[in-house]
Design a protein around this ligand. Sequence first.
Ligand SMILES: [Zn+2]
Length: 107
Amino acid sequence: MDGRPNVAVNRLLDVAKSAELSSVEALAPAVARLRGRPLTIQHFDLPIGTFGQWIETEDTDVLVVPRSALNREVTLGHEYGHMLLGHVGVLFSQFAGELVTAAEPES
Ligand SMILES: [Zn+2]
């Protein structure tokens, strides 16, 4: 996988169907095709300071972006970048552990 962002963006735009070019979120199926695995976008709140999270399971990708985030499109584009540049997402077990830790009251 080529690690240059401009190459990744061009590959994404090459495979995107015209309807998928209507918004950053609409590009999700094109990202999934490039990665060869399903991608879903989930909306729920994350710990303070976390604007988005890419979670990898064995056979799917999940992007979590809070619905209330002001910069949702920027966050999605940022996470797509990680996915298309060959980076590694957070494993689901690790993500779940971080959520539990963030939810625990301070002692
Ligand atoms: Zn990042």
